[in-house]
Design a protein around this ligand. Sequence first.
Ligand code: ADP
Ligand code: MG
Length: 185
Amino acid sequence: MDKENLRKSLLKIRRAMSAAEAEAKSKAIFENLKKQAAYQSARAVLVYADFDGEVQTGRIIADLEQRGVNVYLPLILSDTEFVPCRMTKNVQKNRYGIDEPVPCETAPKASGKIDLAICPGVGFDRLGNRLGYGKGYYDRYLSGETCYKIGLAYEAQIVAALEDGPDDVAMNCVITEKAVYGACG
Ligand code: ADP
Ligand code: MG
């Protein structure tokens, strides 16, 4: 299946999930995430505000904040680029309807500020290859970055094998409600 058709079929599955199922599975994914060394030791974390049926991150953000970890959310700069932005109480909706902190302290590429990036995805394989929405936002930000990369997904988003394109940045591990694929620290 080509990338575009694979995206469509995976998004259809994700969007068909009931609210109760998404809630229960997101909770289980958070429990699996909490056990990982890379999560426990991170001091500055890039995480996303979930939309469109992505694995929920509310619990993760609350846990990080409560532990005094610096939390950054993507601030969309263009159709292909974001910069992590330190979370504040002031938020506004970006072009996708997702909350972003404004104004904020940014963590540009090569700033070395982020030690863990928690990434959403449309699909993943067990080796950590990631399929996004098709704009390469995460590939662009993460290329050349040495931070730890964790993908969050429902088991239904795991596929046998994804193409590892030249610009694609793989995750160190992928966490679902059922398993942890790869090494999370
Ligand atoms: P996604 O990762 O969102 O599924 P793709 O991997 O298909 O999307 O990437 C979308 C486009 O962005 C592709 O044309 C890809 O080559 C381009 N791209 C991704 N990362 C970079 C990068 N670091 N530099 C330049 N182009 C990039
Ligand atoms: Mg990609």
